[in-house]
Unconditional design. Structure first.
Length: 462
């Protein structure tokens, strides 16, 4: 008798994410959901259903090992940084990352081990597409009601001292936007429901392809396609008003990647439609105030110097501990203009910054060394290579999401939700190459043999 796995831990996690966010759980729901996922996986294993592992999983295990080994380097103080602090403080950041990576490992295994009869791939694609629509809705709220914020039930249960912590606030205090100075004064930049503006932009890159795949490629009817055009048009408003250049680049690279793959397969009609969409986008920007917003943002790049400084510090730090890194991030000893600990009226850019806080690539190099960086990037790079021949809608959207995640490593950190969506993209690519545990190539061979046997039988009957 076949042993069935329930889909509710994953479905509830994704489908009800807006509720979790309003309740103050937000990204905390991922480790919470990972508990029943892990328990169910183990129970299935003991019940006789083996746990399958994705291709290249040894690379991910190597990365996890490096992350854990990095704890031994937490006492080190790289040149140009301040000491990591007390024992609890040193372990907090490292523990958060270890817990996050383990949580998303469970997510990958759970999503990948669900059979088609338990959670169809199409349904999982639609869950991701739904989160794209949630992201657009949150972006619109952040654009037009940027000062909106809520006191969540989880926040009310916390001790008073914890509520004032900025990191804790980002986890349990729902707010629509981050109010930031980007040259034209303090402006709201969409963040809902992902906590940070940069995370919002990163998730747009990760989820946009799944929305297009669900509404245009997976058998969607014409009314739904027309509705999706309206959603994409609305998405343009927060995408531009977020002033998030990294997201703009990421979306362009993903679109280019998919276009190249379609061109190689001779899908010229789709390419022409894509080119027309790009032309319409350009005309819309030129004929609306959104174009002025884009131009102003491109002309204002105050954060570029800080990012370049932190990238340099990450590479210098990596050279001091090239194999396993320093186990976690560190604060710089002052900033790029001064060794002063904090900003001053004459030097607002003075003060300490977080080395590894300006992008996943730089955090990998600094916190986990070359070994951890190669293992992490190699795991996702192997997926792109392994599933390179998958030209289906899931293959295109999944590989596009992974390409987007590679681009985003230059300026965004991945934990928690962007990496979660990368893992789910990996799981969909993996499951798309199989059906209920059998490789697609084996299925094709079985179908061919069945067809041959049927032809032989028909000839014999004649």
């Amino acid at each position: 008798m076949a042993v069935r796995m329930p889909a509710w831990p994953l479905t509830g996690l994704l489908l009800l994410y807006p509720l979790w966010w309003v309740l103050g759980l937000g990204v905390l729901i991922f480790p919470i959901a990972a508990v029943p996922m892990a328990v169910i996986l183990l129970r299935q294993r003991f019940a006789g259903r083996p746990i399958r592992f994705p291709p290249g999983f040894a690379l991910w295990l190597l990365f996890l090992a490096v992350v854990v080994l990095g704890i031994a380097a937490l006492d080190a103080t790289p040149a140009g940084t301040v000491p990591a602090g007390s024992g609890g403080g040193k372990l907090a950041g490292a523990g958060y990352r270890i817990g996050g990576y383990l949580t998303l490992t469970v997510l990958l295994l759970y999503a990948g081990n669900l059979r088609e009869s338990e959670l169809p791939r199409r349904r999982l694609v639609w869950l991701l597409a739904g989160l794209f629509m949630v992201t657009v809705a949150g972006g619109l709220v952040g654009t037009f009601a940027g000062h909106l914020e809520l006191t969540s039930p989880v926040e009310l249960l916390l001790p008073g001292g914890w509520r004032g912590n900025s990191f804790v606030q980002s986890l349990v205090h729902p707010y629509a936007a981050q109010i930031m100075d980007v040259g034209s004064g303090a402006v709201p930049r969409p963040a809902a429901p992902w906590g940070y503006t940069n995370t919002w932009g990163n998730n747009v890159v990760m989820l946009a392809g799944w929305f297009v795949a669900a509404t245009w490629a997976l058998g969607a009817r014409r009314p739904l396609r027309l509705l999706s055009l309206g959603v994409l048009a609305l998405a343009l408003i927060p995408v531009v008003h977020s002033l998030n250049r990294g997201m703009w680049i990421g979306l362009a690279v993903v679109a280019g990647w998919v276009a190249i793959r379609l061109a190689l397969r001779g899908r010229l009609t789709v390419l022409v439609a894509g080119a027309a969409a790009v032309l319409l986008l350009g005309l819309a920007l030129a004929a609306s105030p959104l174009g002025d917003t884009v131009r102003q943002r491109l002309e204002y790049g105050r954060s570029d110097g800080v990012r370049a400084y932190l990238s340099e510090r990450a590479v210098v730090g990596m050279a001091e501990s090239p194999v396993i890194g320093f186990g976690s991030t560190r604060s710089t000893q002052g900033g790029r203009h001064s060794i002063a600990i904090g900003p001053t009226p004459d030097c607002e850019q003075c003060g300490s910054f977080t080395v590894g806080g300006n992008g996943q690539l730089w955090q990998l190099l600094f916190a986990h060394g070359l070994l951890g960086t190669v293992a992490y990037l190699g795991f996702f790079g192997y997926a792109l290579w392994r599933f390179r021949k998958d030209g289906s809608p899931i293959g295109l959207a999944g590989s596009g999401a992974l390409v987007g995640s590679f681009v985003s490593t230059l300026w965004y950190n991945a934990l928690v939700t962007p990496l979660a969506f990368a893992m789910l993209s990996y799981a969909l690519l993996w499951r798309n190459s199989q059906r209920d545990g059998q490789p697609a190539s084996l299925q094709a061979g079985q179908r061919a043999r069945l067809r041959d046997n049927l032809q032989v039988g028909l000839r014999g009957a004649a």
